[in-house]
Design a protein around this ligand. Structure first.
Ligand SMILES: *[C@@H]1O[C@H](CO)[C@@H](O)[C@H](O)[C@H]1NC(C)=O
Ligand SMILES: *[C@@H]1O[C@H](CO)[C@@H](O)[C@H](O)[C@H]1NC(C)=O
Ligand SMILES: *[C@@H]1O[C@H](CO)[C@@H](O)[C@H](O)[C@H]1NC(C)=O
Ligand SMILES: *[C@@H]1O[C@H](CO)[C@@H](O)[C@H](O)[C@H]1NC(C)=O
Ligand SMILES: *[C@@H]1O[C@H](CO)[C@@H](O)[C@H](O)[C@H]1NC(C)=O
Length: 493
């Protein structure tokens, strides 16, 4: 028996089991769509309409410093499932500087055949994987989830945009595994006038059924639960419509919160809660450009979706695994959706691919030992690294909200939050004199720490993707900070 086998056997014994065949922990990733950091009661949303998520946090670990890898759906989801930055996994664009890439129905591309997705790797340990809800990594047949490691799918390759007129631009299809089973607004109704749709209930039922089936068969599973009710046009079913103090967006949040409560309760009733890692987060910040009725809250953070300000990149996040993750804990770890890839592999005992750079970090020491790991966060918009965070310091090398052209049509990425020289409407390069914020003192990125002196030391390396350059980036930041005369160590809290 190899050392690895011994460790795996011991590990399986330690993790323990209710009964029957021992298998690794189940993984559930609950990924919300455009939900903001400030939408959860536990993060201070004043209406306190997320009792189930608040209890989930009380029973698990809350992450106030959790980030997406890109402030838009497709690249964010690609990063989660590959553990890699969009500049590595292909979900970026070079046809326009600093533009986020995604896959609307007109785009023929999708996730590269060369990328290895989490469910493909989990197959090595006989995991059954299902995606419920939005995929968004390409809608042509070769890009669909069942071609990239998932065994089952109920949902759609895209957002529920529309309704469209059938002949010229059809409504977005809904799939049941490899079969198209209908379309949004047709077989799967969304009433944009009243906001009524039963889709979250359907996604909930699909989730509960899948969990029951795998528990009965005693098979380990990975469930990627990705409902889209909080993406504009927001919707909720009749029982939730009109219930929120926050309007229709809040109704959608209440229904998702209720569903999450039901999924966790189901795990408990099946007795598999202590062998299931559940992670809740969102794909990008709230879409504040959609207006108050159609978007959520990014709490104290600047701007939202599409931008690399905190409102676009910082996500609500909770980890839950009763008996393994200490209840009622808060981790100030700087963490990323890409870490869900690495952490899922680690807890299931699957080795990550060794032929490519993985940007995710294994959060096991954080989850199980409350450790703090030293790591930067890189903020990308399309092909451009816009900013870096280390500890409490964030350095912007580029700033941009949206173009004057778009802004003048009434689309505002930072409504009510413009900061002169920061939320710029032209792409501004600050490499020679980076904009630095202390996110502990100034989470809203309103008061740049001014640099004095010449900026010559800052013009190195900023344009290159991280990797071997991480240490350079870190020392660059430390150099910037030292240059300011700020004393004391830069730590993760
Ligand atoms: C998991 O929970 C069940 C009861 O729900 C219990 O019998 C079992 O010992 C627990 N296992 C561990 C490892 O805590
Ligand atoms: C569908 O849209 C096209 C282009 O906007 C328009 O010419 C056509 O009349 C529309 N058809 C229906 C049935 O609405
Ligand atoms: C999807 O198809 C399966 C059979 O393949 C069926 O049991 C299930 O009810 C379908 N789901 C929905 C929501 O139609
Ligand atoms: C939702 O389901 C209920 C109960 O089956 C039904 O009465 C209602 O028409 C459905 N609503 C939509 C928008 O599909
Ligand atoms: C757990 O945390 C303690 C205290 O911070 C540290 O000394 C120890 O090395 C950690 N153990 C692991 C396995 O990370």
């Amino acid at each position: 028996m190899s050392l690895k086998t011994v460790i795996c056997v011991l590990w399986a014994v330690c993790v323990g089991h209710t009964e029957g065949i021992q298998h690794g922990p189940n993984i559930i990733i609950m990924l919300m769509d455009d939900m903001g950091w400030g939408d959860l009661g536990v993060f201070g949303e004043p209406s306190k309409e997320t009792p189930n998520l608040d209890v989930m946090a009380a029973q698990g670990m809350l992450f106030p410093n959790f980030y997406t890898a890109n402030p838009l759906c497709s690249p964010s989801r690609a990063a989660l499932l590959t553990g890699r930055l969009p500049v590595r996994n292909g979900f970026y664009t070079t046809n326009a500087h600093a533009r986020n890439a995604y896959t609307p129905q007109e785009i023929v591309g999708g996730i590269s055949q060369d990328e290895i997705l989490l469910p493909e790797l989990l197959k090595k340990k006989d995991y059954v994987s299902k995606i419920i809800g939005k995929w968004h990594l390409g809608h042509r047949s070769q890009y669909l989830p069942l071609k990239h490691g998932f065994d089952e799918w109920f949902g759609s390759p895209n957002c529920h945009f529309g309704p469209y007129n059938n002949s010229v631009r059809p409504n977005i299809p809904v799939y049941n595994n490899s079969e198209m089973t209908g379309r949004y607004y047709e077989e799967f109704e969304i009433n944009v006038k009243t906001g009524e749709s039963n889709l979250t209930q359907i996604y909930l039922k699909e989730g509960l059924d899948f969990i029951s089936q795998q528990a009965t068969a005693q098979r380990p599973f990975f469930l990627y639960w990705a409902p889209d009710a909080t993406h504009s046009p927001v919707y909720a079913s009749e029982r939730f419509l009109g219930k929120s103090q926050r309007g229709r967006y809040g109704d959608a949040v209440m229904e998702l919160d209720d569903s999450i409560g039901q999924i966790l309760a189901h795990l408990v009733s099946l007795g598999i809660h202590n062998n299931t890692l559940v992670f809740f987060t969102s794909d990008n910040g709230a879409a504040v450009m959609s207006g108050a009725h159609q978007s959520g809250s990014n709490g104290p953070f600047l701007c939202g979706k599409e931008t690399t300000f905190e409102g676009g990149m910082r996500e609500p996040a909770i980890a839950w695994w009763p008996g393994r993750i200490p209840a009622g804990t808060v981790s100030y770890q700087l963490a990323s959706v890409m870490d869900l890839f690495s952490t899922s592999l680690s807890v299931t005992g699957v080795l990550p691919p060794d032929d490519r750079v993985i940007d995710g970090l294994d959060l096991s020491p954080v989850l199980f030992n409350n450790s703090l790991l030293d790591r930067p966060i890189f903020y990308y918009r399309g092909n451009q690294m816009m900013a870096v965070r280390i500890g409490q310091y964030k350095v912007h090398y580029w700033t941009w909200s949206n173009s004057w052209e778009e802004y003048n049509t009434g689309i505002n990425f930072c409504p009510g939050q413009e900061v002169p020289g920061v939320t710029t409407h032209t792409q501004e390069e600050h490499t020679m004199q980076p904009l630095i914020f202390h996110l502990g003192q100034d989470p809203g990125e309103r008061y740049p720490i001014r640099l004095h002196g010449e900026g010559g030391v800052y013009d190195l390396y900023w344009d290159q993707p991280p990797g071997g350059d991480r240490n350079v980036m870190a020392s660059l930041l430390r150099t910037s900070v030292a240059h300011l005369g700020i004393t004391g160590p830069i730590t993760a809290d």
